[in-house]
Design a protein around this ligand. Structure first.
Ligand SMILES: Cc1cc2nc3c(=O)[nH]c(=O)nc-3n(C[C@H](O)[C@H](O)[C@H](O)COP(=O)(O)O)c2cc1C
Length: 418
């Protein structure tokens, strides 16, 4: 459906070539100061036409705040956010009247609904993600003000061009490595951990690819331009870190924190893979190296010495940085001719006109950040309601101390050092 969340509920609306797209948020706490600029910053990072690495569709994507605020302060009532589609070209894709685009959503939407938008991707278009990004910016503002939570995503690979080994997220070993060698080597290197702890959006945005390593960013640019010149496309990965996140978030068993993150991330168009912490690499590292031992933190509590878990254990955040990686496929719409079949089964060749992203990952960065913020916001509101309900009960003194958390039953306000 078009709604995500339990207590922070985001409903998005709109198709690629309709009058407007946007979101309605229900459950935003009252008393939060929000300006259009707070939202516009992220929308502008998502918008098309940012560089010659993205689709030339010309949209300013200016947000209008329709309801739920007065004098720039949220009222606790539903917030409606609207962005007008300006550069609609409903007849740009006439070949697709005859052909379902291979690996796009034309065929499956028609099979499902028995009707589909006349042009573009309709609801499956990345225009839909505008509503997510706008809603995510509001969630993020709350998270930053209330908890100091920081969310930063960056491009970690384009095609086979990856961040240098030390800075890259853990990944699988090359095919047929020495199977007797259990050493984790630099799978979770110090440089990668430092990058997660320090990376900022300013740094990410220094290069249009949104890769924080200048030489790699240049190679990624070349790779995207090569795909574009060949009238082809190429995929990539986005890595994201959530810092200063309190422990205790996530709802076992079906809404574990990583399950909710995976749900949110895999709902973004063109996603094909999600991994958290050590991810697939964790399958190759023995438990003796993979476990995250506990150590005493500065305030006398516990934290972990390493973070292969990616900040989540048992589906619940443990206060360490949460980090994860998402795989985006090579976009389906390409101008190069492809042998395929028409809706009626007639074989033929499709070369799609229209405007396309040769690679989606630079524009996907703010979408990933937005979905992360929406997940954290929802899980925080759920955990806080449980905690505040528990504090109203008289203390129980009959239980053995080993059964009860010795601190308080409050969500920690003070984040652990990252
Ligand atoms: C930021 C962004 C931009 C996208 N641009 C395009 C595009 O120009 N052409 C295209 O075919 N797909 C594009 N996509 C992906 C399609 O929307 C997506 O592949 C399609 O809806 C099919 O869904 P699926 O890939 O999730 O199965 C984009 C996705 C994102 C996140």
């Amino acid at each position: 459906m078009s709604t995500y969340g339990t207590l922070f509920r985001v409903t998005t609306f709109g198709e690629s070539h309709c009058a407007s797209v946007g979101a309605i948020i229900d459950g935003c706490p009252p008393g939060l100061e929000i300006s259009a600029q707070d939202i516009q910053i992220q929308l502008s990072r998502r918008r098309p036409g940012q560089s010659d690495l993205t689709t030339p569709r010309n949209e300013k994507d200016l947000v209008q705040l329709q309801s739920g605020l007065e004098m720039g302060v949220t009222l606790g009532t539903p917030i409606a956010l609207l962005v007008r589609n300006e550069d609609q070209r409903p007849h740009d894709y006439t070949e697709t009247d005859l052909y379902p685009r291979p690996s796009h959503a034309d065929y499956t939407y028609l099979e499902k609904y028995g009707i589909k938008a006349s042009s573009g991707g309709g609801r499956s278009s990345a225009r839909e993600t505008i509503g997510r990004v706008a809603a995510g910016a509001i969630a993020e503002k709350y998270l930053k003000l209330a908890y100091g939570i920081e969310i930063v995503a960056f491009v970690s690979s384009v095609g086979k061009v990856h961040l240098p080994a030390g800075m890259a997220p853990p990944s699988l070993s090359p095919i047929n490595p020495d199977e007797e060698d259990d050493t984790a080597h630099d799978a979770l290197s110090k440089d990668f951990v430092t990058l997660l702890g320090t990376i900022s959006r300013e740094e990410v945005d220094k290069h249009p690819t949104r890769c924080p390593h200048p030489e790699t960013a240049e190679r990624m640019t070349k790779r995207i331009i090569r795909a574009k010149n060949a009238q082809d496309s190429i995929g990539g990965t986005v890595t994201c870190v959530i810092r200063n996140i309190p422990s205790g978030l996530g709802e076992p068993v079906f809404d574990k924190f990583e399950a909710s993150l995976a749900h949110a991330m895999l709902s973004i168009p063109a996603t094909k893979a999600f991994e958290i912490g050590s991810g697939f690499r964790g399958t190759e590292v023995p438990g003796s190296q993979h476990n995250d031992p506990f150590v005493r933190d500065a305030s006398g509590g516990l934290r972990t010495a390493t973070n292969w878990s990616g900040g989540v254990q048992g589906g619940i955040t443990n206060g360490e940085n949460v980090y994860f990686r998402i795989g985006f496929k090579s976009p389906a719409t390409i101008s190069q001719a492809q042998e395929t079949a028409q809706y009626d089964g007639t074989p033929g060749s499709l070369a799609t006109r229209g405007r396309h992203d040769p690679c989606v990952v630079p524009r996907a960065v703010p979408i990933v950040e937005a979905m992360a913020a929406i997940v954290v916001m929802d899980q925080l509101l759920i955990q806080n309601s449980r905690k505040s309900a528990a504090t109203l009960l008289p203390p129980i003194t009959t239980l053995p101390p080993t059964m009860v958390l010795q601190k308080t039953l409050k969500v920690e306000q003070t984040p652990k050092d990252s």
